[in-house]
Design a protein around this ligand. Structure first.
Ligand code: CRA
Length: 828
C-alpha cells in the first residue's frame, strides 16, 4: 500500500462502487461498451481509456453534488482565469484523490494488467508553457482540497506546448496532438455554448426608452463550447471544475454565407473560426503581439464572463451583485481584457449605469503579476486592438479618461507621471497597456514572492503603488504536495507516513514533524536508500530517452526549467566546462562524481536559448566520451521536459540549480518541488529562493552571487564583463576553449553569438557571478563527501519546506483577496 492509500478513509470508501469487484466489472464494461473491444484484442490505449472512464465515473456523483451545493448556498466562487493550465496526467492524481490506487492496482492485476503501464499511456495535456500554467494547476488542486468553490477557466488548445526532441544536440519542435486518442477526462457541454463577437464597428443609437446606447456590429461571431474536467479535492467531497473553451463556427454565420451560395467560403470561414483555439503560443515570458493571440485571450475571457453571468442568473441573483458571487483572479495580464469585457457586458447588455458597473468590476477582479521582464509586458498596437475589439477600445478610453482625472488630482502637475500611468502608451506608436488595465480594474495586485512584490512596488508598478499603496500585496507561490510528493515520490511518502502519519498530504506544514528524525541513523539510512532508488528510476529513464548511462552513486545535480538567458543555464555550462578543463589539466584531480542533468524547452523563435541547448549538449558530448574523465562527470539533456518527466526528476535530485540573476526570477516553483523532495539548493538571492533559504536555514542552502541591490549598483556604475574575465584565469581558458570550436568540431563560429554577448554586454551578469558560483560548487563538492551530514541537510530541507505548499498560498488568497471560504459539499 502506498502513502497515498493510507488510513484516511475516503468518504466514498464504503460505497460499493469502489470495491475491487465493481471496479473490475466497470472496467470491462467500458472496454466493451465505450471502446468496443474485448481484453484479448484491446490496445494499450483501449485499456487506458476504459480505466480512465471507470475512474471518472466515480467522480461524477461528487462533481454534481458540488455544483448543486454551490448553487444552493450561492457560495462566493473563485474564478481563476488563466490562458494556461499545465495539468499533467490526470489518472494517477485522481486515483490518489479518491484513495483507490491500491484497489485499482489489484483489480488490474487480477485481470493480468499492470497499473503502471496503463498510467504511462496517458498523454499529458500540455496546455501551458511552464511555471505560470503549472501554478494554475496547483492552485485549482488546492482550492478543491480546501473545499473552496472554484472554477478554473481557460482555453482548450487542440495543440499544447510542442513536443521537444533533440537532434544532433539541437531542439526540434514536433506538434503535440494530445487529443489524438480522445480525452476521457472531459465532458463537452454544447448546451452552455456562448457566442463571442470579433471585429467590425460600433454604432450609437437611442433605444425605445430614450436611452443612449452603443451597438457593436461585429465582423464575425464565434461560438465558445465548454469542455469540463472534474478536479477532485484530496479525500473530500468537493469536486470542482476546470472549464476550457473551444472555438467553433456559429451556425448563424454559416447560414448567412450558405445563402449567398458560397459553400466553400462558408466551410473556409468555419476553419478560420476554429483556428482560434488551435494552438498554444509557446513563448514563456515574451509576447508576440499577434492578432490571433489577442483573439484567443478575448475569446476565453468573454466565454467565461458570459458563463458566470449565466450562473448568476441560474442562482437567481441580480447582475448587480455579481461581485458578491464571483471573485475573479487574473493570472497575469493574459485575461486582463476581462476588465473591459465585464464593463461591456454590464453596460451594453445588462444596462447597468457606468459608475455602478465600474464598482462591480473593481470589486470582482484582482491581478497577479508574474514577471518584471520587459519583453513579457503585454501591450497591443492600438490599431490592431481597434480592429479586433472596437467596442472595448472605446470602453478603455473612457476608463482611462476617468482614471487619469483621478490621477491628476493625486499627482497634481506631474504630467510625465500621468503619461506613464496612462492605459495608452503614446510615446511613439500607440499601444494599449494591458498591465495598466489590470491594475486599474482590480482591487488587489500581487507579486508571487516577497522580493518580486517589492520590486513591483519599486519599479514596474511604482506609479500605481504611489497612488494605491493598499492595493498591493505579496503572495508567495506554492506547489501541491499531492502531485509533487505523494504521487511523484511514493517511497518518501510512505516513510514519512510511517513516522508522522499521513496528515502531511493535506497539511504540508506538518512535514516539520520529521525534523527530529534528521539525527536518527535508521531514518537517515532509509532516506538515503529512497533517494538512491529514485535515482535508479531516473537513470533508467535517462538511458531510455538519451542512451546515456549514468552512475546512480554520482551526485545528481539538476537544472530543469524553461531555457532562458536570465535563468542562466549557460552559467552552469561554463562551470561544467571548467570542471572538465580541470580534470584534463590535473590528472589526479579528486572530484566528487557528478551527473549534470538538464531539461527544458526553448521558445521556438528564441535563437539564443536554442543555442544554449546546443552548448550544453555539445559540452556533454565531449565530456561523456572522453576516457580521461573516467565517467566522473556526465552531462545529460532530457528531451521534452514536462509534468510527467518532472515527476520522475524531482524525487531523484540531490542538488537543485536555481541560478537566475537576482531580480529576474519572479518566484520559481521548481525550486519548491526540489526542496520538498530533499534536494539541496544552490541558488542566488532571487524570487522564492530567498524565502526557501529563510525557512531551511542558511547552513542548509548553497548561496552565491550578487543580490538584486548589488545588481542595480553594478549596472549603475557601468558593468564591464571583461573586467571580471581578466580576474579569472580558469574562466578565461574555458571561454577560449568554447570559442575555439573545441566543443563544436572546430566550428569556431557556432557559439560566437553567445560568447561575444557575454564578453561585450552580458546583460545577465554571468561573468560577475561566475567566481562565486564556482566557489560555491566547490563547497557543494566537499559537503557531498560527508554522506551523513548531507543526508541530514536533505532531511532538514524537506522538514522545513512547509511554507511552500499551494494550500498555504491559496489560504492566503482566500483570506486576503478573495474573501472566499470553504463550503463543505452536501451529499444527496
Ligand atoms: N515564467 C515566472 O518567471 C514564476 C511563475 C509563476 C513566471 C516564475 O518565476 O514562478 O511565473 N512568469 O508565478 C510568467 O510566466 C508571464 O510571466 C513563469 O512561469
Amino acid at each position: 500500500m502506498s502513502a497515498a492509500d493510507s488510513s484516511v478513509a475516503h468518504p466514498e470508501h464504503d460505497r460499493s462502487s469502489l470495491s475491487r469487484e465493481s471496479l473490475k466489472r466497470a472496467f470491462l464494461d467500458h472496454l466493451l461498451y465505450t471502446q468496443g473491444k474485448s481484453l484479448e484484442i484491446a490496445s494499450k490505449n483501449d485499456l487506458y481509456q476504459s480505466l480512465a472512464h471507470t475512474v471518472r465515473d466515480r467522480l461524477v456523483r461528487s462533481w454534481f453534488d458540488t455544483s448543486a451545493t454551490h448553487q444552493k448556498r450561492n457560495a462566493r466562487t473563485v474564478a481563476y482565469l488563466s490562458a494556461e493550465f499545465l495539468m499533467g496526467p490526470y489518472l494517477g492524481n485522481n486515483l490518489l484523490s479518491l484513495g483507490i490506487s491500491h484497489e485499482i492496482r489489484l483489480a488490474m492485476s487480477e485481470l493480468g494488467l499492470d497499473l503502471d503501464e496503463l498510467l504511462r499511456q496517458e498523454e499529458e495535456p500540455g496546455l501551458g508553457n511552464g511555471g505560470l500554467g503549472r501554478l494554475a494547476a496547483c492552485f485549482i488542486d488546492s482550492l478543491a482540497t480546501l473545499e473552496v468553490p472554484a472554477i478554473g477557466y481557460g482555453i482548450r488548445y487542440e495543440y499544447g506546448i510542442f513536443y521537444q526532441t533533440i537532434m544532433d544536440g539541437w531542439q526540434v519542435e514536433n506538434t503535440d496532438a494530445w487529443l489524438r486518442y480522445g480525452n476521457p477526462w472531459e465532458i463537452q457541454h454544447a448546451e452552455w455554448a456562448v457566442q463571442v463577437k470579433l471585429g467590425g464597428h460600433t454604432e450609437q443609437y437611442t433605444d425605445d426608452s430614450g436611452r443612449f446606447r452603443v451597438r457593436w456590429v461585429p465582423e464575425k461571431t464565434v461560438a465558445g463550447v465548454p469542455f469540463d474536467s472534474p478536479i477532485p479535492g484530496y479525500r473530500v467531497d468537493t469536486t470542482n471544475t476546470l472549464r476550457l473553451w473551444r472555438a467553433e463556427a456559429t451556425e448563424a454565420f454559416d447560414f448567412h454565407t450558405f445563402n449567398r451560395g458560397d459553400y466553400l467560403g462558408a466551410v473556409n470561414k468555419k476553419v478560420t473560426s476554429e483556428n482560434l483555439t488551435k494552438v498554444l503560443y509557446p513563448n514563456d515570458e515574451s509576447v508576440q503581439g499577434k492578432e490571433l493571440r489577442l483573439e484567443q485571450q478575448y475569446f476565453f475571457v468573454s466565454c467565461s464572463l458570459q458563463d458566470m453571468l449565466r450562473l448568476q442568473q441560474h442562482r437567481g441573483q441580480p447582475v448587480t451583485s455579481f461581485h458578491k458571487s464571483f471573485a475573479i483572479q487574473l493570472n497575469d495580464t493574459h485575461p486582463s481584457i476581462g476588465v473591459a469585457e465585464l464593463m461591456r457586458l454590464l453596460i451594453d447588455e445588462h444596462l447597468v449605469p457606468w459608475d455602478r458597473a465600474w464598482d462591480i468590476t473593481r470589486q470582482t477582479f484582482s491581478y497577479t503579476n508574474h514577471t518584471l521582464l520587459p519583453e513579457a509586458l503585454e501591450r497591443w498596437p492600438l490599431e490592431l486592438f481597434r480592429r479586433v475589439l472596437p467596442r472595448h477600445l472605446e470602453i478603455i478610453f473612457e476608463i482611462n479618461a476617468r482614471f487619469l482625472n483621478e490621477a491628476r488630482i493625486h499627482f497634481f502637475g506631474d504630467e510625465t507621471r500621468i503619461a506613464r500611468l496612462s492605459l495608452i502608451d503614446e510615446s511613439g506608436e500607440r499601444y494599449v497597456r494591458m498591465a495598466h488595465l489590470a491594475c486599474v480594474g482590480s482591487h488587489a495586485i500581487n507579486g508571487v514572492a516577497d522580493l518580486h512584490s517589492e520590486l513591483l512596488k519599486r519599479d514596474l508598478l511604482k506609479d500605481f503603488y504611489a497612488m494605491w499603496p493598499d492595493k498591493f500585496t505579496s503572495m508567495t507561490n506554492g506547489v501541491t504536495p499531492r502531485r509533487w510528493v505523494a504521487l511523484s515520490n511514493p517511497r518518501m511518502g510512505k516513510l514519512v507516513t510511517r513516522c508522522i502519519g499521513d496528515g502531511w498530504i493535506k497539511d504540508w506544514s506538518r512535514i516539520r514533524e520529521i525534523e527530529p528524525y534528521a539525527d536518527d541513523a535508521a531514518f537517515a539510512a532509509e532516506w538515503r536508500a529512497i533517494k538512491r532508488a529514485n535515482k535508479i528510476d531516473l537513470a533508467s529513464l535517462l538511458l531510455r530517452k538519451t542512451g546515456i548511462k549514468v552512475d546512480p552513486d554520482s551526485m545528481f545535480d539538476v537544472q530543469v526549467k524553461r531555457i532562458h538567458e536570465y535563468k542562466r543555464q549557460h552559467l552552469s555550462a561554463l562551470h561544467i566546462a571548467a570542471l572538465y578543463h580541470r580534470v584534463k589539466s590535473q590528472r589526479n584531480l579528486d572530484i566528487t562524481p557528478r551527473t549534470f542533468i538538464f531539461g527544458g524547452k526553448a521558445a521556438p523563435g528564441y535563437m539564443r536559448a536554442k543555442l544554449m541547448i546546443k552548448l550544453i549538449t555539445a559540452i556533454g558530448d565531449v565530456i561523456n566520451h572522453d576516457p580521461d574523465v573516467r565517467d566522473r562527470i556526465k552531462v545529460v539533456f532530457i528531451p521534452n521536459f514536462s509534468v510527467t518527466v518532472g515527476q520522475c526528476v524531482y524525487p531523484a535530485a540531490e542538488l537543485s540549480e536555481q541560478i537566475s540573476l537576482a531580480g529576474k526570477e519572479a518566484s520559481g516553483t521548481g525550486n519548491m518541488k526540489f526542496a520538498m523532495n530533499g534536494a539541496l539548493t544552490i541558488g542566488t538571492m532571487d524570487g522564492a529562493n530567498i524565502e526557501i533559504r529563510d525557512e531551511v536555514g542558511e547552513d542548509v542552502f548553497f548561496l552565491f552571487g550578487l543580490t538584486a541591490e548589488e545588481v542595480y549598483a553594478l549596472r549603475r556604475e557601468g558593468y564591464r564583463p571583461m573586467d571580471f574575465l581578466r580576474r579569472d584565469g580558469e574562466l578565461h581558458a574555458v571561454i577560449e576553449l568554447i570559442r575555439s570550436g573545441f566543443f563544436s568540431r572546430g566550428d569556431s563560429a557556432l557559439f560566437a553569438p553567445l560568447i561575444d554577448d557575454l564578453l561585450n554586454h552580458d546583460p545577465y551578469m554571468l561573468l560577475a557571478d561566475y567566481d562565486s558560483y564556482a566557489a560555491c560548487h566547490s563547497r557543494v563538492d566537499q559537503a557531498y563527501r560527508d554522506t551523513q551530514a548531507w543526508t541530514r541537510m536533505s532531511i532538514l530541507n524537506t522538514a522545513r519546506s512547509g511554507k511552500f505548499s499551494s494550500d498555504r498560498a491559496i489560504g492566503e488568497y482566500c483570506d486576503r483577496i478573495w474573501k472566499a471560504r470553504a463550503v463543505p459539499v452536501e451529499k444527496r
